[in-house]
Design a protein around this ligand. Structure first.
Ligand code: SF4
Length: 382
């Protein structure tokens, strides 16, 4: 149910907005796999066409973050802050996708950017899908972590359920709420999201145990890097499934969703299809979209046709190296207030400094190793 809801909403947003949409992307920083956002929607600047001119694929994030520029070519081994093997793999992929060009001098390989990396990401919206609010799962905690980390500019909950006042009261205030009907494609804004602060440091829980939760302070540089990674991943991956099931009944809708002609509905190839399906009829080759690739089934390929976003150009992501202690105290207190209202309700009456393994309030987190930036919450004994 959630898969069909998610694809229907992605198709709807693609048809009604200028956003670049992708599904299931890592939405944490210290441990990116610990939080997967259902839909990530990138609002773009006028530089989208410059980004599109480089490649339609994901540019390796480390290539963008390396010391390789668009001017003089440099020896690739001096330009990366990682192992030689990893750097070589990144360089190969960057050359392959057209972001780097390479030349040989005295038997050594020099690389440079083919074009300066454009500032094409305006803002990013994280959308958590929960079609049935009567089965919320871990929704409450997920949304509170999203707000505390503030990696996205806005966070929205999308549901098919009727949203009551009680539902709204249980959700963190900054979270926007949409009601979406996947059959009719009708979307109603129940509550507008409150903009978050992705340019400020955030707090990410890194480990949760019954009597203890570890956190990490995420500085604005790390958040900016992760936001660019989300943008690049969204650009190269999109929201469509990569391959349709190898079944005679498999097809693709006009907007690129996997469709089963036998059951007459959109299907999730990973869970609905395969030999365990009673109606499965093997085909000789995986079924493809009209242009040979399900991703190309959409009516307009905005990326490959020099699509220009109409979104107003916004200032570049501000990356500040200055982390004021007061700001972090505010952030910490905000986070504690946030988690305090959740089901596992930590007690905040204990003196804050007693909870932390390090005096993070006065430390410059950008110069400290990750382990020393970790704080620790402990609830009071009952
Ligand atoms: S495997 Fe089953 S659900 Fe999937 S396309 Fe074939 S008949 Fe439909």
């Amino acid at each position: 149910m959630e898969f069909r809801f998610e694809l229907a909403l992605a198709a709807h947003l693609e048809a009604t907005t200028d956003w670049v949409i992708a599904r299931q992307l890592g939405a944490a920083v210290a441990d990116p796999g610990s939080r997967i956002m259902d839909l990530c929607a990138v609002r773009t600047t006028e530089s989208l066409s410059d980004r599109a001119a480089i490649t339609s694929r994901t540019i390796p994030p480390l290539a963008v973050e390396s010391d390789v520029g668009a001017g003089a070519a440099v020896d690739w081994r001096d330009a990366f802050d990682c192992s030689v093997e990893h750097a070589q793999s990144v360089v190969d992929r960057a050359v392959d996708c057209g972001f780097f060009e390479a030349e040989r001098r005295n038997g050594r390989r020099y690389v440079r950017q083919t074009a300066r990396y454009p500032d094409w990401i305006d803002s990013i919206v994280g959308i958590e899908n929960k079609p049935d609010l009567d089965r919320p799962g871990d929704l409450d905690r997920q949304l509170r972590v999203d707000i505390a980390l503030s990696l996205f500019d806005e966070v929205i909950l999308a549901t098919e359920s009727y949203v009551t006042r009680a539902h709204l009261n249980r959700l963190p205030e900054p979270v926007g709420v949409w009601r979406f009907d996947p059959e009719s494609g009708e979307r109603t804004v129940v509550r507008e999201p409150t903009p978050l602060s992705p340019d400020d440091p955030g707090i990410e829980p890194t480990n949760a145990e019954p009597l203890r939760t570890d956190i990490e302070i995420i500085d604005s540089n790390a958040k900016a890097r992760q936001r660019r990674r989300i943008g690049e991943r969204a650009y190269g991956k999109g929201w469509r499934v990569d391959e349709l099931p190898a079944c005679e009944h498999a097809d693709v809708t006009d907007d690129g969703r996997p469709y089963c002609a036998f059951y007459d509905r959109v299907v999730d190839p990973a869970t609905d299809c395969g030999e365990s399906c009673p109606a499965h009829e093997p085909s000789r080759a995986p079924r493809r979209g009209p242009d040979g690739d399900p991703r190309e089934a959409k009516p307009v390929d905005r990326r490959s046709r020099g699509y220009r976003a109409t979104a107003k150009r916004a200032p570049a992501v501000s990356v500040s190296d200055t982390h004021r202690a007061a700001a972090r105290v505010d952030l910490f207190e905000s986070f504690v207030r946030t988690v305090q209202r959740s089901d596992d309700c930590w007690d905040i009456t204990r003196k804050k400094s007693g909870w932390l393994t390090t005096d993070w309030r006065t430390a410059n987190t950008s110069r400290r190793p990750a382990a020393s930036r970790r704080g620790r919450f402990r609830p009071l004994p009952s």
